[in-house]
Structures are given as C-alpha cells and as structure tokens.
Design a protein around this ligand. Structure first.
Ligand SMILES: Cc1ncc(C[n+]2csc(CCOP(=O)(O)OP(=O)(O)O)c2C)c(N)n1
Ligand SMILES: [Mg+2]
Length: 345
C-alpha cells in the first residue's frame, strides 16, 4: 500500500498517527494498571477508561495548554493527555512520592497545577461546580483559558449539574460541559435513569448550546470540541457536549457487571472499538499501515513497562510529608507548610 500524505479533518499524517498512538498508549496504560492492581500494587479503587479513548483524545486534542481540565475519578487518560508524564500517573496509582499528587491522591486524584489539570474528583458531580468556578475566574481575570469539565452520565443527575449549567449560561462562562455518556452509572443504565433520551432538553432548560457526538469517532469528537471551545473563547458562552461512548470494563475493578450481558459488551468491542474504527479510517485513506500499527503498540508497551518499573522503584512518601500542603491543621490555625508564605503573613 502506498502511503499518502493526505490530510483528514485538517490534520496531517504525523498528527493523525500521534492521536492514534495516544489512544493506544491510554489503552495499554489502563491494561497495565489493571494487572498491577490484581498484583496488589495499587490500593483503593481503580476505574478504567478502556473503550472511551476516542472520547478523551478527540476532546483534549482540541484544547490548548492554557485550558483547564477538571475530571472525575476515571481520569488517568485525561491526565496523560493534559501532558502529565505517564510515569508520574502510574507512580500516583502506586501511592509513591514521585506521583503527580505526591502519592497522596491515588487513582481518583490525579492533579497538576502546572498542566492545568484540576483533578481527579471522587465526588460525582464535584467537577461541575469546581469547573464553573474556574470558568468564572478565567472570565473575571480576562484570561483566554477555556475549562473543559469531564463528567459521566450519572453526574448529569446531580444537583450540581443544574446549578453549574444555570450560572454558566447566565454569565456566559468559558466552559465546555463534556459529558462522557458511557451508558452506565455504576450498575444503573441511562435508559433506566433518564426520563429523556439525551441531554438536549437539559441544555435547552438553561438556554445553552448543545451538541451530541459519536464518542467512538475520534475526528467527530475533535471537531465538536473545537467548535465548543471556540464558542467559549469568543465569549459566546458554554456548550453542553454529549459524547456517546461505552466503557468496555466494569465500573471499577470490583465490578462483575451483572447488570448487563456479555453479549452486549462483545457487540461494542467487536463493532465499536474506537481504536479499531480509527485504524480502519486511516487505512481507508492510505494513511496508516499494519507496520505503523504494530510499531505504535510496541512503543506503548515499552512506555507502560517503564512506567510500572518507575512506580515500583520509587519511594513511598515520608510519613512526615503528610502535613505538607495542608491548609488547616485541625486547631483552626492556618498551617500551610512548604508554601512561600502563609496566608497570615
Ligand atoms: C456524590 C456521590 N454519589 C455517589 C457516589 C458513588 N459513585 C461513584 S462513581 C458513581 C457512578 C457515576 O457514574 P457516571 O457519572 O456515569 O460516570 P462513569 O463512572 O460512568 O464514568 C457513583 C454513583 C460518589 N462517588 N459521589
Ligand atoms: Mg457513566
């Protein structure tokens, strides 16, 4: 097959292959995390992003480094896409001092001020309120930063969703509310939880722009997100994006997924796998070869092996470090150690 240097959706071959690699890397990373969890190297909960790679890569590829991302506990992929070193993400899963949250957060609390990733939020819907606040700050300070709030279909049923969308629409905040509708909230199917078939009426209730996109189609997701981010950046207000996707694994490592059939999972895996769909599209356009695909997989495998080794060999946090970066010490006094100055100075 002759490789052509065509562009697809305004992206050249190098950019397209990079996006393909990012999806493969996230999948391999999650598979490795599952393996390490089973070996007892990772404590607490572990929620995997497998199946949702196009929804993440497409969305975050449309953002700029100065844009903020606030996410849920299913955020390892978002953290990597925001530019955090995958080693620091794996080390965080292991609870090590070299983790992006210094080993104190774990799977659900990836964080990096430097990369504008404001969590990793374990409370369903918390990111909606926090992201709206960051959007307000961005507007108030006259910044060009857009906020992408990543949340699930279940979070759209929280009160915070309604409070956040109302204020953001009223004040035309530069926020994209990005719902990754993976069809389930733990064991609750969307079809059993929503009285409507999409989030469109909820956006309409707050006079907000709405777009629904096939979350398994990387380029469609990217284009949708580019439009939404542009709207936010131009001061035209927030957008509610509903990215329709599917998580291939259970809610967390502890979930045997009795609430859905193995047939349903197999159907999604065999016909709607976002990586396979993107590979087919790139092949159709003579952009990728089987050798390129094998090379991407091999490179991703090497990277995640290095991540696991780095995490394994990293030290656990010093017990005394527990009191670093803590705002209140329990006595009412402000004790924020390791900061340039305390708020009382
Ligand atoms: C306020 C709150 N209620 C309940 C939970 C327990 N809980 C954790 S994840 C989850 C499901 C959320 O589903 P969804 O928003 O669709 O995100 P997904 O897990 O599918 O990515 C629930 C109910 C929680 N963490 N916080
Ligand atoms: Mg869900």
């Amino acid at each position: 097959m002759a490789i052509r240097n065509v562009t697809l959706a305004g992206l050249d071959r190098e950019q397209l292959l990079h996006m393909h690699y990012q999806m493969v890397l996230i999948r391999r990373f999650e598979e490795k995390a599952a393996e390490e969890y089973t070996l007892g190297k990772i404590g607490g909960f572990l929620h995997l992003y497998i199946g949702q790679e196009a929804s993440g890569v497409g969305a975050l590829s449309a953002l700029r480094p100065e844009d903020y991302v606030v996410s849920s506990y299913r955020e390892h992929g978002h953290a990597i896409l925001k530019g955090i070193d995958p080693k620091a993400v794996m080390a965080e899963l292991f609870g090590k001092a070299t983790g992006c949250s210094k080993g104190r957060g774990g799977s659900m609390h990836m964080y990096s001020a430097e990369h504008n990733l404001i969590g990793g939020q374990a409370i369903v819907g918390a990111q909606l309120a926090i992201g709206t606040g960051i959007g307000f700050a961005s507007q108030y300070e006259g910044k060009q930063s857009v906020v992408s709030v990543m949340f699930g279909d279940g979070a759209a049923d929280e009160g915070a969703f309604h409070e956040a969308l109302n204020l953001a629409s009223l004040w035309k905040l530069p926020v994209v509310y990005y719902c990754e509708n993976n069809q389930y909230s733990m064991g609750m199917a969307v079809t059993k939880a929503w009285s409507v078939s999409s989030l469109e009426p909820r956006a309409a209730a707050y006079g907000m722009a709405y777009e629904r996109v096939d979350g398994m189609d990387l380029l469609a997701v990217r284009e949708t997100m580019l439009r939404a981010a542009e709207r936010a950046r131009k001061g035209e207000g927030p957008t509610l994006v509903e990215s329709v996707t599917y998580r291939f694994r259970g809610h967390s490592m502890a979930d045997p997924a009795y609430y859905r059939t193995r047939d349903e999972e197999a159907r999604w895996r065999s016909s709607r796998d976002p990586i396979a769909l993107f590979e087919a599209k790139l092949k159709e356009n003579d952009i990728i070869t089987d050798d390129d695909i094998a090379a991407a997989n091999m490179r991703a495998d090497e990277v995640v092996e290095e991540c696991a080794q780095f995490a394994e060999e990293s030290p656990v946090p010093e017990p005394d470090a527990l009191y670093d970066d803590v705002l209140a010490d329990g006595t009412g006094a402000i004790a924020w150690r390791n900061q340039p100055s305390t708020p009382r100075d």
